[in-house]
Ligand binder design. Structure first.
Ligand SMILES: Nc1nc2c(ncn2[C@@H]2O[C@H](COP(=O)(O)OP(=O)(O)OP(=O)(O)O)[C@@H](O)[C@H]2O)c(=O)[nH]1
Length: 203
């Protein structure tokens, strides 16, 4: 029987408790949203297969608990991740400030060369916004990673964000195989919006 997918990518979501990690995964994997908040205990995952550049990519998306008391369990999963999504809540300044700590945690626990992506979630709550888009744009540039504002509630940019990360991992694995992994730092500087990332379709 033919294999149902060409690649399996393991992704991990991290960020403060309550920023919407679980909701983003549920929106992406099941196209659903629930307003009730049930804090994640430890770790969990969901799967969705997407079609990118003619390849079937099976995404295994791991959801971590944001609460400090689960840190020992959750950091143990960083090493196996090929892509890590850092999430903050645009209505919660502290969750944005903490992104620096989550970045540090990636440095200490993840594999070198892991692809990272920054998401400012709950962008449907414009009236309660505390973190300006420009602040996050700047942070993403400093770290040479992509940035999206998303809403798990309205589904704004959710598919785009996951697809763009999967695409970056795919491109990276391709260039590594062809022995062309010496990307200059400038090509790592990417900030994006919906316009320049829609080269992938989702299945
Ligand atoms: N308005 C709005 N609310 C959201 C959005 N995403 C999540 N929420 C709400 O925010 C709360 C927390 O969402 P979760 O997805 O459980 O947060 P989490 O980051 O997984 O939290 P932990 O499991 O504790 O780490 C819930 O009440 C959600 O309904 C969004 O995009 N917009």
């Amino acid at each position: 029987m033919a294999k149902a997918y060409d690649h399996l990518f393991k992704l991990l979501l991290i960020g403060d408790s309550g920023v919407g990690k679980t909701c983003l995964i549920i929106r992406f994997a099941e196209d659903n949203f629930n307003n009730t908040y049930i804090s994640t205990i430890g770790i969990d995952f969901k799967i969705r297969t997407v079609d990118i550049e003619g390849k079937k990519i099976k995404l295994q998306v791991w959801d971590t608990a944001g609460q400090e008391r689960f840190k020992t369990i959750t950091t143990a999963y960083y090493r196996g991740a090929m892509g890590i999504i850092l999430v903050y809540d645009i209505t919660d300044e502290k969750s944005f400030e903490n992104i620096q700590n989550w970045m540090k945690s990636i440095k200490e626990n993840a594999s070198a060369g892991v692809e990272r992506l920054l998401l400012g979630n709950k962008c449907d709550m414009e009236a309660k916004r505390k973190v300006q888009k420009e602040q996050a744009d700047k942070l993403a540039r400093e770290h040479g990673i992509r940035f999206f504002e998303t809403s798990a509630k309205s589904s704004m940019n959710v598919d785009e964000a996951f697809s763009s990360l999967a695409r970056d991992i795919l491109l990276k694995s391709g260039s590594r195989r062809s022995g062309n992994s010496n990307k200059s730092p400038s090509t790592d500087l990417k900030t994006c919006d919906k316009k320049n990332t829609n080269k992938c379709s989702l299945g």
